[in-house]
Design a protein around this ligand. Structure first.
Ligand SMILES: NC(=O)c1ccc[n+]([C@@H]2O[C@H](COP(=O)([O-])OP(=O)(O)OC[C@H]3O[C@@H](n4cnc5c(N)ncnc54)[C@H](OP(=O)(O)O)[C@@H]3O)[C@@H](O)[C@H]2O)c1
Length: 272
């Protein structure tokens, strides 16, 4: 396993040299050939094997980004692996939010390399169920939700903070549900909602640190997106529109707005 992951991890660099050599053969000067590859921006996405995370990987790859597409089980990530096989700038890495060692391993693998955009997308998203309903709460599930949805993205953000700093214009975006506390007005989603409210709240402090250290920090609401086989009605936002909208927000959010929560269709430049 670690061997194949290491091979995947090395592929981006190998591709960079291949591009540089191709440009050299085409008569482009050596420094310019290297700069062409260095110019590529890098995004790291958690939970990139399916749903909104996979769509982020697709859209950032289309924009020419190097994509570090992380997921907890690369061996089972068939669609993502097939996508990475066709896109040399997409690298698949194992990162499980419940397993801090896996987070540190990826952070160390990219030590010294700038990451321009970090998308905290992965989460445990489930409900309604009795384990999350007051009166029949299951406290093991409490731990699982808070480990995955709060501790996990916090650890990811801390571990990749130096990479975001190395970018000089790093951005960290964390996905949430309809404003954490107020969202989903029915019972049976308590852990999901509470864990999102908690991770949202952390972004206020992280945003203050980001303002001092040149890193943009925001919370994003994707809208209701049919990622679990729901029948898409007019209530749902098409996944392509949701992700394109969030990328627009990431691009236009200013550091002065750090810690703010945006809907996918907001316009930070317009102040909405
Ligand atoms: N879809 C919506 O309507 C909606 C609305 C509001 C907010 N959001 C938020 O948007 C984000 C993405 O939503 P989605 O609909 O794409 O969710 P999803 O389809 O349920 O996908 C969740 C992703 O998180 C990964 N994940 C779960 N536990 C993990 C762990 N311990 N370590 C690493 N990865 C883990 C899953 O990996 P596996 O495949 O291995 O399970 C999967 O890749 C989430 O943060 C969600 O809360 C979604």
């Amino acid at each position: 396993m670690s061997r194949s992951i290491h091979q995947q991890g090395c592929r981006g660099a190998a591709w960079g040299w291949a591009l540089a050599i191709a440009l050299l053969l085409a008569g482009v000067p050596f420094t310019a050939a290297l700069a062409a590859d260095d110019a590529a921006r890098t995004v790291l996405i958690t939970g990139a094997n399916r749903g909104i995370g996979f769509e982020f990987a697709r859209q950032y790859a289309d924009k020419g980004y190097r994509v570090i597409a992380t997921c907890r089980n690369p061996d089972g990530a068939d669609e993502l692996n097939a996508f990475a096989a066709k896109h040399a700038r997409v690298t698949v890495e194992r990162l499980d939010l419940m397993d801090f060692e896996s987070i540190e391993t990826v952070a160390q693998r990219y030590e010294g390399q700038p990451i321009d955009v970090l998308i905290n997308n992965a989460a445990l998203m489930r409900g309604p169920d009795k384990e999350q309903t007051f009166g029949t709460l299951d406290y093991q599930e409490f731990d699982r939700f808070f480990h995955t949805n709060v501790r996990g993205p916090l650890k990811v953000t801390e571990s990749f903070w130096p990479h975001l700093q190395a970018s000089g214009q790093g951005t960290v975006a964390t996905l949430t549900t309809g404003q954490g506390r107020e969202g989903i007005p029915v019972q049976g989603f308590s852990y999901y909602k509470a864990s999102k409210a908690a991770i949202d709240n952390f972004q206020l402090d992280i945003g203050r640190k980001g303002r001092r250290e040149g890193i943009k920090v925001m919370v994003l609401m994707p809208g209701r997106v049919a990622t679990h086989g729901e029948k898409p009605t007019s209530f749902f936002v098409p996944i392509e529109d949701s992700v394109a909208g969030m990328i627009r927000v990431i691009d236009t959010h200013s550091i002065k707005q750090n810690g703010k929560t945006w809907r996918w269709k907001d316009d930070p430049a317009g102040g909405s």
